[in-house]
Design a protein around this ligand. Structure first.
Ligand code: GDP
Length: 333
């Protein structure tokens, strides 16, 4: 088995084979792999952090892969090195990765200055997010200066991706009037830039009208105060490569403004701390559910809660008690 130095040297030299191996390593849940992965990541971390990190979300069919393929190709054409990662916890259930699928990004998939990595299928959202964050460290240490993280609006995945990027782009389709209600409020609150895609052909006018209405709705949801700015709502056609440069300009603008005020560094620091705690929470929950004493106790307690012979609070206290008593004994031995 190669040692940490082999991975670090390979990644730093930008070798695609080593990058792929390093990402496979950080995605692995095997304990010996985990240990090696952490050593590799510790050595790569000082070289990471240099990329623009952009999250991209939107419902399936909105045009995310087309958008990333077109934008990514323009960016590599301008001298950037572009990494595409994905967070799609549902890919575990459907058995295959949907996001970041190379077959859906024809040009980037064969572009020597791009690296497309499908969503890991590590199981829980927490597991997928962790693998993606660590893959991001690998890509940045390898010299990729733009990292695009694709996700869909499944459960908490958008919030999770917003937590690992500098800017968050929401792609949507032309919707007006009542249809606007269908857009998740939470996503609008996370978005730094919004683009109405498929603004081409006969739909171009509808898209422009939809963008105006969305901008209006957004002004009510997120009133502009102090030095905060209104979230730009643009139109674009990923298929025809119209307006993508403008969308990118607004993303860069957003990041540059953040960086100028120290907000970008602060945001990244906060993300690191929240990430740390998210991992602690994840780990605790996994340990709790796997704990023998908790597993022994749970079925009977659940029955008693249903019968009404113990209150949920009492049952919770007993479960936590069983967990902490034996885990303290274990860690103390
Ligand atoms: P994703 O599921 O969000 O990744 O969406 P895709 O990129 O796979 O696109 C879904 C469909 O919409 C495909 O048939 C694309 O060719 C089409 N599409 C994507 N972008 C555009 C666009 O800007 N205009 C039009 N008319 N079609 C588009």
């Amino acid at each position: 088995m190669p040692g940490p130095d082999d991975y670090v040297t390979g990644v730093r030299e930008g070798s695609r084979a080593w990058i792929a191996r390093a990402i496979t390593l950080v995605e692995s849940t095997r304990p010996d792999h985990r240990e090696l992965a952490q050593r590799v990541l510790a050595e790569l971390t000082p070289y990471a952090g240099g990329a623009r990190r952009v999250g991209i979300t939107g419902v399936p069919g909105v045009g995310k892969s087309t958008f990333i393929d077109t934008l990514g190709t323009a960016l590599t054409g301008a001298g950037h090195r572009v990494a595409v990662l994905a967070v799609d916890p549902s890919s575990t259930k459907t058995g295959g990765s949907i996001l970041g699928d190379k077959t859906r990004m024809h040009r980037l998939a064969v572009d020597p200055n791009a690296f497309v990595r499908p969503s890991p299928t590590a199981g829980t959202l927490g597991g997928v997010a962790k693998a993606t964050r660590e893959a991001m460290v690998v890509m940045e240490a390898a010299g990729y200066d733009v990292v695009l993280v694709e996700t869909v609006g499944v459960g908490q995945s958008e919030t999770t991706v917003a937590e690992m990027v500098d800017s968050f782009l929401f792609l949507t389709l032309a919707r007006t009037g009542d249809q606007l209600q269908g857009i998740k409020k939470g996503v609008l609150e996370l978005a730094d830039v919004i683009a109405v895609n498929k603004a081409d052909g006969p739909d171009a006018m509808v898209a422009a009208k939809a963008a105006r209405e969305l901008a209006g709705a957004l002004r009510m949801l997120r009133p502009v105060s102090g030095d905060s700015r209104a979230v730009p709502v643009l139109t674009c056609s990923a298929r025809d490569d119209v307006g993508l440069d403008e969308v990118w300009r607004h993303i860069v603008d957003h990041q540059d403004r953040l960086a100028a005020t120290g907000g970008l560094a602060a945001r990244r620091r906060d993300q690191q701390v929240r990430w740390t705690w998210a991992m602690v929470h994840d780990r605790l929950l996994t340990d709790l559910h796997a704990h023998p004493a908790v597993r022994d106790l749970a079925p009977a307690l659940e029955r008693r809660v249903i019968e009404g012979t113990v209150t949920p609070s009492q049952a919770a206290a007993q479960l936590l008690d069983a967990f902490s008593r034996t885990s303290t004994t274990l860690s103390g031995s």
